[in-house]
Design a protein around this ligand. Sequence first.
Ligand code: FES
Ligand code: FES
Length: 242
Amino acid sequence: MSNERPLDAPCESDDASPSSPPASASRAPVDVTRRRFLQSAAAAAALGATPHLHAQNAPPGSTETEAPPPAPAQPVRLDINGREYVLHIEPRVTLLDALRDYAGLTGTKKGCDRGQCGACTVLVEGRRINSCLTLAVMNEGQRITTVEGLASANALSPVQRAFIERDAFQCGFCTPGQVCSATACLTEFAAGTASAATPDVRTRPAQLSEAEIRERMSGNICRCGAYVNIVAAVRDAHSASA
Ligand code: FES
Ligand code: FES
């Protein structure tokens, strides 16, 4: 007697009992499951492609599947590095894109564009934020500082100097974000803000230990792995400002 099953036979349970047929006999239901999965996936793909095909075949001027038109550009006033910029941008433009593409301040870098790498870190009212995660229009009236605005007159900031002296970078792509983040990190520590590495969050952290620095700077990823020198630079900048 044959062990083959019709293709539309019900699937057997994965947790077959010891009396289940041998492996060769149980191959048919697995094939059926795989076939059904492939059929379902193909159907889903065809459904997903339908609007696109429909849009291609739509008569000229049809708005049935067109995306809504973008909101019109509007003037947005931003205070960046102590200077007022009036940018004509759509409301959906992120602060990162406004800085780079409209204000011409390309020191702030775009890494992931989704809040994971920290390359786009800038200071807003002295607090560090990922500029890819906020809209430019939401920051009107706020004091924005980018890496271009950290130095005063002709002197680099203590953090910038420390990064250079400690050679705290390799390719340098993450460095503007690291420097901005470190600047705010020192301000937060000076204000007594605890971190996840602080042994007792009810008391001020006693010292800016390596563990504290690594935790507080953990939102800034360095693909070159220059972390040892970055930590040393932050520690030096802290000592210089203490
Ligand atoms: S570009 Fe903003 S966090 Fe990566
Ligand atoms: S120095 Fe290259 S990513 Fe940090």
